[in-house]
Each structure stands twice: as C-alpha cells, then as structure tokens.
Unconditional design. Structure first.
Length: 342
C-alpha cells in the first residue's frame, strides 16, 4: 500500500484533526481573558503535529503489513486462513474471521465437488468398459459368420465401429477432467503413430473408396502421450472420412513438416469442406455445424476433445477449409527444447 492510498483512507481523520486544531487556536487567540503568547501556540501546534505524525506513521506500518499479507495471497493464489495473532484490532479480527469462514466453506465445497467428480469418473469408466464387452462379442459373431462379406454384415460392422468410437469419446471426455493423473510423455516415432491410427479405419477407407497418401519423414520423433495422441488422430481421421465427398473420388493426404521450433502433422482431404461461418466454431463443445446436421448425425464432441487434449499435451490444432474443395487439419507439436523455453 502506498502512502498516498493510506492518507486517502485517513482523510476524514486528518480533516477532523485540522479543524480541531484551528478551533483550539482560535479559542486561545481570541479569548480576551487569556494572555497567550503566539510562540507558545505555534509550539503547541508543532508538537501536536509531530505526535499525530508519529501515530499515523505507526498505523501506516500496520496497514502496510496487512495489505502486503493480503496482496501476497491474491497474487500467488495462496489462499489459506488468516492467523488471528497477527492483529489486535477487533474490526480486523472480524474481517479475518469472515474470510476464514468463507474459505472453509469454499474448501468444503471444493472437496465435495472433487469427490463427486471422482465418483462420476469411476462410474463412466466402469460403464465404458462394460459396454465394450458386448461390442467385442458382436464383432466376433460377425467375423465368425459364413456370410460376413454380405453387405448387411458390413453395414452392421460399420455401425459397431461408430458405437465403439462414441464410447471411446465418452471415456476420454471423462478422463480429460482428471488429465494430470493419466498421461505419460514419452518419445514416439510420428510415422508409426499415424500408421497405427490409420489401421483402425482400413475397412472404412475401402468401403468408401477413399485413397490415402502418406508422406511423413520416418526420422521424426515427437514427445507426447501415445494413448491421447492416437485418440486425437482418430478424431481427425474419422471426420475426414465421414465428410468425404460422394461425388468424386475421395482422397486423404497425410504429411509432415519440420522447422526450428516444431513439427507439423498435416491431414488434408478433398471432401465437402467447412462453411466459413462454421470454421471459427468447430472446436466448440457440441457444435455440429451444417455438415454435422446434413451429412450425418454428429455429437460435436470429436474436434472439441481433440483440441482440448491437444492443448493439455502442448500441441496446437488448427483448421483451414474451403467448401467443396478441401479441409486441412494441422497438428503442431513443439520440439522438446521448446517445452523448457516455455
């Protein structure tokens, strides 16, 4: 707290003191029955001002200590209960007690919320793993059928794939709430990660007759969490395949780029594209846009989760698109040296 701010807070007291001194001086000087020496009056004024100055300085030191204590807690986000032994002022104690009660109330609410979130996460995780069992069983039944190449079975398998992806989205959404507990940053080969992700969509590429071109430098190694990065890739590839054009031969190009600070993974398709008014909102939770409503029922969660998890991993995702021409998704991964600079 600056001295000017302190004096502003004490302005009422200072004005009262000045008025009081003026009245006292007038009484002493104007009273005809008293023979007052003007030097004595001046001496009393100076002495009084000296005493009141000492008082204000001492009070300023107390106020400054209190201000610094509060300011430190605010600036460092270090909220804890105040110790009552730091002050002798009753009013200040009341304020401290009020803050401490509020702090305890918020802390109790926070603990309850964390407990509820943990319970929710445990429920979702167990539910997802339970649902995966009948999905896996259904897939095995289809693969064992002698007519598994029949169009009906292919369509059923496609629908099961969709169910599995939506279940995965649910699981990863719940995990993203407690991200710090469930990721390990390690070094991985980018080319291998991309090919592993693409394998999941092999049948979709074939059924939709979408060609694939991969041109990734096989020497590029990135630092990321494998599980989360694969999930991000799958969301991007799923969208590229979902919105592949039916009027022309679909094509998806996956390439890499490297500069001094980062690696870029570029996934470009020649699909229907994204409208200009939708482009700025594709990362919003639940936003489906024109494509999501017209082409396929969409949850609007894929790109939202990909972007959210990407940020937590330190990766940036951007999208460029032109309607009826292309959509390009770029995933920027910082080089390991840049993590330490940041």
């Amino acid at each position: 707290m600056s001295i000017i701010k302190y004096l502003r807070d004490k302005i009422s007291f200072i004005i009262f003191y000045v008025i009081n001194m003026i009245v006292l001086n007038l009484v002493l000087i104007l009273d005809e029955n008293m023979c007052v020496n003007y030097n004595n009056v001046l001496y009393i004024d100076v002495l009084s001002m000296f005493i009141i100055s000492l008082y204000l300085i001492n009070e300023y030191r107390k106020y400054k200590k209190i201000y610094q204590n509060i300011n430190t807690k605010i600036n460092n986000n270090h909220y804890e209960e105040f110790k009552m032994t730091t002050t002798n002022l009753n009013m200040e104690k009341e304020y401290y007690e009020l803050f401490n009660e509020f702090y305890r109330s918020v802390n109790d609410s926070k603990q309850k919320l964390e407990y509820d979130n943990e319970q929710f996460y445990d429920f979702i995780t167990s539910w997802v793993h339970a649902v995966k069992i009948p999905i896996a069983a259904s897939r095995l039944i289809i693969e064992n059928e002698q007519y598994k190449e029949h169009d009906t079975f292919i369509q059923i398998e496609d629908e099961i794939d969709k169910i599995e992806r939506y279940v995965e989205q649910t699981l990863y959404y719940s995990r993203s709430m407690s991200f710090s507990k469930d990721y390990i940053i390690e070094e991985f080969n980018l080319d291998k990660l991309v090919k592993q992700s693409i394998k999941k969509f092999a049948k979709t590429f074939i059924s939709k007759k979408v060609s694939l071109c991969i041109s990734i430098d096989d020497k590029i190694n990135i630092h990321t969490d494998k599980k989360w990065f694969l999930f991000i890739l799958e969301q991007v590839l799923s969208n590229s395949l979902k919105y592949s054009s039916n009027d022309k031969h679909g094509k998806i190009d996956v390439s890499s780029y490297e500069d001094n600070t980062e690696y870029r993974l570029i996934i470009k398709d020649n699909g229907v594209g994204i409208k200009k008014e939708d482009l700025s909102r594709v990362f919003e939770r639940g936003f489906t846009g024109f494509n999501g409503r017209f082409f396929d029922k969409s949850t609007g969660m894929g790109l939202y989760l990909a972007n959210k998890l990407g940020k937590k991993l330190g990766h940036k995702i951007s999208i460029e698109s032109k309607v009826e021409e292309y959509t390009q998704v770029t995933i920027r991964i910082c080089k390991i040296s840049e993590y330490y600079i940041k």
